[in-house]
Structure formats: structure tokens, C-alpha cells
Design a protein around this ligand. Structure first.
Ligand code: NAD
Length: 390
């Protein structure tokens, strides 16, 4: 007998859920509990086989837009990008995407109704990039950080439970673990206690606690990724590396906090996004994965590397008053994601930096648009000096 067409989607959804459930069981019993590399079986049966629809938040920003580009290029996923388009959200970052599998919805993650209306019943995973992400702004005023980064995360977790979303991936940061000593023998691991030292980091740490609470209390399938400083195309120039780069391209002074010897662990954005995709598909539920490229650099080294690559004088560097409570050193031990998920960065510091420099040099109109308007006012207020409108 032929099945009525109206029941067909129901049957396939039911079958899908049973398979997904079986898969989860199988994977946790036979693969994930074993230490060491993933077995070939885990590679064959991964969440990937059951994922269809992703709900990406903050996808108009730097890393979210890079993730969407990568996921559309390398998978068959359909993607909803839910973004409030704050000053950091840039529709230009989404130009040229394959619209047959991609849709943009403008909305605030802390707005329960908006999230409820946008999150489709058949969403398989939420990947939460949405955040207020600039430490300096959090020092000037923390309120919006608490709303977006903490309340917004809780709203997404609640919505995920209500809609039975299969997995939530929380994009976190190494900053939640505070500051390391300068002696270069200590590293952040997944077991390093949370010890945030600035309001941005504190809000991201709070979000991690809420994610873990949803996993522990309600059995929600969650995974957290923690990464260091990303660099690459389409990063808003308020952040250190694109600030150096865009000022250097315009022959303008480069503000450097304090002695410039602060250490950050740099990773090319696409490498980070490949790791997130891997964690989404293969990461173990309830776990944290530190993602890093073993690439510690002092801020002064980053600035001089960019100036040298552009053939500009180091005299453009101006030491300015330090950020209050500036964390001295971040350094990630990425052994777990390398070992368990077989992930490695593809770019070296030199190749990633050259790609980044080329992108900014070739996308002058993108740079000019981001340096206009509100950013100019912010820059003048924060550094007490103007940037050009070019
Ligand atoms: N940039 C880094 O080096 C870095 C490193 C580690 C972790 N992270 C984390 O990665 C994520 C993305 O960082 P990024 O550098 O791409 O940030 P970004 O500032 O470039 O982008 C943030 C995006 O979130 C959107 N957004 C802000 N508030 C929102 C709200 N209330 N509702 C919906 N959308 C909202 C913005 O419009 C923007 O598109 C953040 O969660 C950040 O904490 C960033």
C-alpha cells in the first residue's frame, strides 16, 4: 500500500531520530570512551551523517562568516545565520554565498521570542558565535556583554532544549582561563580552571558554566571550543592585528599597549573554523576542546612582522597607555583536539599572515567602509587620535 505523502516526512524524521540516537549510543560506547586517536569506525559514523540544518549565530562577524563560508563549501548543510548586525556584524562579510543553502535572519540572541521564531523544529545544531567580543569595550561598559554573552547563551540553550536540537557548540575563548606567567613552560589545557580577568572574559566564562549546566542538568548535547587570537580576512579593525594592518596600509601611527611584550597564541581563522566543524561532527558530548596552532607571538613581533612584510618603517609604532588589568600571556596546549579529532592547522604563521595581508591590501573598499562611521568615533575616543576616512 502506498503511504500517504503527508506521513512521509514524519516517517523519515522518525527514522532519522532513531538512527541519530543509535549513532550517539554506538559512538559513545565504542569510540569516544577510548583514549587515543579516533578509530576508523568513528570516522565513518559521525554526527556528520545526521546533520542537515545548522543555526549559526553571529555569522556576520569575523569568525562566524568564515565558518559559514567553509561549511557551505565543504558540506551539504543548510545554514541559517542569525545575527543582530551590531557594529561588528558586517553584511559585506557574507557577500557571494550560495543562497540555495543559506539564509540570513536579523535578530538578537538575548531576545527569546526572536530566537524561538527563527529556530526551526528540524534544526540539528546551534553553533554560537554571537558575542560582544572586544575586551576594551567591555572595560568601558560591561552591560551589553552580560546581555549578549550570558543571557544570549542561556536563551539559545533553552531554545535548543525546546526544539530538541541535537547539538550545541559554544564558541569560547582562551581568555576564560586568565593569564599565564611569562616563563613559557605553562600552557592552558582543558583542565585549567576558569579564572577570567576582564569583563569580556568573565562573560564568556559565565556562558561556559551555563552550557555545562545545561549538559549536566538536562542532558543537552553540548561541546565547547576555546581558541586563542584569530587572524585572517574580514576581521573588524578594532582588534589588534587588523588595526596594525589597516593603519600600516594607510601609513598611520600604530598604537601598541604598554611595553608591547604581551603574548598571544595566534591561529589563522580558517584553521579555527575547520576545527569547529570537526568538533561539531566528531567532538564528544559534554567536552571542551582547546584549539591552537602552537604559535605564541609578542604583540611587538606581530606589529613588526606586518610592517616588514609591507616594507614600512617600525617608527609607525607608538607605545600608548596600557589596558587596565592586561593579561600577560595566553598559550594553548591543543594536544587533545590534535589527538582525539586528528585536527592540525594548515597555515603556518608566515603563510597565514601573508594571506591576511594580501586580503586587506586587495579589499580596500571593505577596509574603508569598516573604518568609517562609528569606528572612527570609537577610535578617536579610545586612542585620543583620529584615523583617516580612506
Ligand atoms: N576573534 C578572536 O580572536 C576570538 C578568539 C576566541 C574566541 N572568539 C569567540 O568567537 C566568537 C566570534 O568572534 P568574532 O571575532 O567573530 O566576533 P565579532 O565581534 O567579529 O562578531 C560577533 C558577531 O556577533 C553578532 N552579535 C553581537 N551581539 C549579538 C546579539 N545580541 N545577537 C545576535 N548577534 C549578535 C555581531 O553582529 C557580529 O556579527 C565570539 O563568541 C568570541 O568570543 C573570538
Amino acid at each position: 500500500m502506498r503511504r500517504k505523502p503527508i506521513l512521509k516526512p514524519l516517517f523519515s524524521r522518525f527514522r532519522y531520530l532513531r538512527l541519530a540516537h543509535k549513532n550517539q549510543d554506538f559512538v559513545s560506547r565504542h569510540c569516544w570512551r577510548k583514549p587515543g586517536a579516533i578509530t576508523p569506525v568513528a570516522r565513518i559514523i559521525s554526527n556528520k551523517d545526521f546533520m542537515r540544518k545548522l543555526f549559526v549565530t553571529g555569522g556576520a562577524g569575523f569568525i562566524g562568516s568564515s565558518f559559514i563560508r567553509l561549511a557551505l563549501a565543504q558540506t551539504d548543510y543548510e545554514i541559517i545565520n542569525f545575527d543582530a548586525l551590531t557594529y561588528a556584524g558586517n553584511p559585506d562579510n557574507l557577500e557571494g554565498l550560495d543562497e540555495s543553502r543559506y539564509r540570513f535572519i536579523c535578530g538578537d540572541v538575548a531576545d527569546r521570542e526572536a530566537v524561538g521564531a527563527a529556530l526551526a523544529e528540524d534544526t540539528d545544531a546551534i553553533i554560537n558565535f554571537a558575542a560582544e567580543s572586544h575586551v576594551d569595550r567591555s572595560i568601558a561598559s560591561a552591560e551589553q556583554f552580560l546581555r549578549t554573552n550570558i543571557l544570549g547563551t542561556q536563551v539559545l540553550l533553552d531554545a535548543a532544549r525546546a526544539r530538541r536540537v541535537r547539538r550545541v557548540v559554544q564558541i569560547s575563548t582562551d581568555e576564560v582561563m586568565g593569564s599565564l606567567p611569562e616563563d613559557e613552560t605553562a600552557f592552558f589545557t582543558e583542565n585549567t580552571p576558569l579564572a577570567p580577568k576582564n569583563p569580556y572574559a568573565a562573560s564568556k566564562a559565565a556562558a561556559e558554566h551555563l552550557v555545562n549546566a545545561a549538559h549536566h542538568t538536562f542532558g543537552l548535547d553540548t561541546v565547547i571550543t576555546r581558541c586563542g587570537n584569530n587572524y585572517g580576512p574580514r576581521q573588524f579593525p578594532e582588534k589588534f592585528l587588523p588595526l596594525v594592518l589597516s593603519n600600516a596600509l594607510h601609513d598611520e601611527p600604530i598604537p601598541l599597549y604598554g611595553d608591547g611584550r604581551y603574548v598571544r597564541d595566534w591561529i589563522y581563522v580558517e584553521d579555527h573554523c575547520r576545527a569547529i566543524l570537526n568538533v561539531l561532527e566528531n567532538g564528544r558530548s559534554g567536552e571542551v576542546y582547546n584549539i591552537g596552532a602552537r604559535n605564541e607571538r609578542r604583540n611587538i613581533e606581530v606589529a613588526t612582522a606586518i610592517l616588514d612584510a609591507l616594507g614600512k618603517s617600525h617608527s609607525l609604532i607608538r607605545h600608548v597607555k596600557d589596558r587596565p588589568g592586561h593579561d600577560r600571556r595566553y598559550a594553548i596546549d591543543p594536544s587533545k583536539v590534535e589527538r582525539d579529532l586528528d585536527w592540525r592547522p594548515r597555515e603556518t604563521w608566515e603563510s597565514g599572515l601573508q594571506k591576511t595581508i594580501n586580503w586587506y591590501a586587495e579589499n580596500g573598499s571593505w577596509v574603508a567602509r569598516t573604518r568609517n562611521g562609528a569606528y572612527r568615533d570609537y577610535y578617536a575616543q579610545h586612542y585620543g587620535t583620529e584615523i583617516s576616512a580612506r
